[in-house]
Unconditional design. Sequence first.
Length: 287
Amino acid sequence: MTAIPKVAAVDIGTNSMRLLMIQQVGDGTVELGRWERVTGLGTGVDGSGRLSEEAIDRTLLALAEFGARMNKAGVAKRRAVATSAARDASNREKFFDKAELALGVRPELISGKEEASLAFAGATAGRTGASLVIDIGGGSTEFVTAAGGTSYDIGSVRLTDRVLSPRPATIEQLTAARAMVAESFIGVAPFAGPVLGVAGTWTSLASIEGADALMLSAITAWIDRLAGMSIEETAAIPGLDPARAPVILAGAVVAEGALTAVGAASIEVSKHDLLDGITARLLTAGS
């Protein structure tokens, strides 16, 4: 009897570790599960250029859990990718050695361009018409259309480390953060079609707003509210993963700046992203 193919993708991000497992059924696929663990792998890397031992240890625990899940499910093919934090870290290969033991596959360091391409493929699968995908990570933000994408070195963890670590945030810190984001996105062109948001900042904001789409005005209102809260108060917000409390304010500032840069008053939030793009490729012949 022929085994039904199962594949898995792991995203080793700056703030969170994520796993998606799917199974091919006929001409379609069935999602076996999605898991996310916020480990803050890239916290401090913007200044030090290294992954901290504490962050590595937290991350390896999450990756060991993912490896065990994939082994138990009998995953035939698996791929792990590492993004912004690993790109900036001088000790990434030592981390990759340990991550390979945990996952059963060595992480691949991918460029911002490939990260954008995979996120676009995952978010737009089954959609028709031109769309813009905005992927906000911990260390970088990607803007991508069918014609290609661009990655910018600003994200929720990087902005937190640079400007918004103290909480509550002062008016001066918030002004500096907004200016930094606006300067980062100077080269972003306006977009007239539908805009899709992927990854943790967008899904977290959508969860606390209780909607599948976000208005720019609602994001600005959340920034004003979050800026006046401590991390402990932020962690208690219904619908928010408490582990995201330290970086959600910065993520919201990046989100506000991204929508402003493309001239969009709202954004649709998608749960399909880079992981879906990877698993789709794994099921393609020759991948």
